[in-house]
Ligand binder design. Structure first.
Ligand SMILES: Nc1ncnc2c1ncn2[C@@H]1O[C@H](COP(=O)(O)OP(=O)(O)OP(=O)(O)O)[C@@H](O)[C@H]1O
Ligand SMILES: [Mg+2]
Length: 237
């Protein structure tokens, strides 16, 4: 018996019109991520990593190809956009390449905000937000505004915010770029812990060689195509 991938991308391409020419930001890419997996997405600048993540996060439709979440095909007619937004809010945690925190809310409020939807009471939301910030060593900074935080601290608040709604799919675009080696590993380890405990799936775009050994496997992109897959956990025992 094989499990259903949390995320399955089939032959996806994303083309952008740029003047008279077409940029193939993504060119016939297929990718599966299974429950509990933590997968890296590597590749040089401009190779299509962020584009792939936006498609995986249902933030952009592929020009060609299909996306399946939990085995269900995602469709993108305009009439569905509100439904897609709600689905994303409940199921997908996204860490953007820039932290994008709300400037007039404290760290704790930024994290708890993602939780204050539907069935979570504000108090539980704040307790869980506090736990998330604590596991990223930010408990003492929780009442600071973003401008009172360092770049790396803001990035970790953005990670906590993406995890707040217990997403089954976590997508992170260079979440460790502003962090030192130990902090970077701490973020990936937290992803791993949540993947294991909640059977969530995680895809992380990174240039950081120090975290590669923490992934179950990784995909490498070049010019919009997947050129190879790695299994670093097996290679570097
Ligand atoms: N909205 C857009 N319009 C036109 N071209 C775009 C657009 N978004 C991305 N591209 C192009 O698509 C290619 C892939 O971009 P993408 O942002 O996915 O790269 P990346 O691998 O994330 O790079 P980086 O490591 O620098 O963040 C690039 O050549 C980029 O210029
Ligand atoms: Mg990018």
């Amino acid at each position: 018996m094989t499990a259903t991938p949390v995320l399955s991308i089939r032959n996806a391409s994303r083309h952008y019109q740029s003047g008279d020419s077409i940029v193939k930001a993504l060119d016939d890419v297929s990718m599966d991520i299974m429950p509990g997996e933590v997968v890296g997405i590597l590749g040089p600048s401009g190779s299509g990593k962020s584009t792939l993540l936006l498609i995986a996060g249902l933030l952009e439709p592929p020009t060609l190809g299909e996306v399946y979440i939990g085995g269900e095909r995602v469709s993108y007619p305009d009439a569905m956009l509100e439904g897609l937004r709600s689905f994303r809010r409940h199921n997908i945690g996204f860490v953007f390449q820039k932290a994008n925190l709300i400037p007039f809310l404290t760290a704790l409020e930024n994290v708890a905000l993602a939780l204050e939807i539907d069935d979570v009471t504000p108090r539980d939301a704040r307790d869980y937000a506090r736990w998330l910030l604590g596991s990223l060593d930010l408990a003492h900074r929780r009442n600071n505004l973003p401008k009172q935080l360092s770049g790396g601290e803001q990035q970790r608040v953005a990670v906590a915010r993406a995890l707040a709604n217990d997403p089954r799919l976590i997508l992170a675009d260079e979440p460790t770029a502003a962090l030192d080696g130990e902090r970077g590993k701490q973020v990936i380890r937290l992803f791993r812990q949540i993947a294991t405990e909640a059977d969530a799936s995680v895809a992380v775009v990174t240039h950081d060689p120090r975290v590669l050994s923490l992934f179950d496997r990784s995909y490498e992109l070049r010019d919009g195509r997947i050129v190879k897959g790695h299994h670093p956990r097996q290679e570097t025992a």
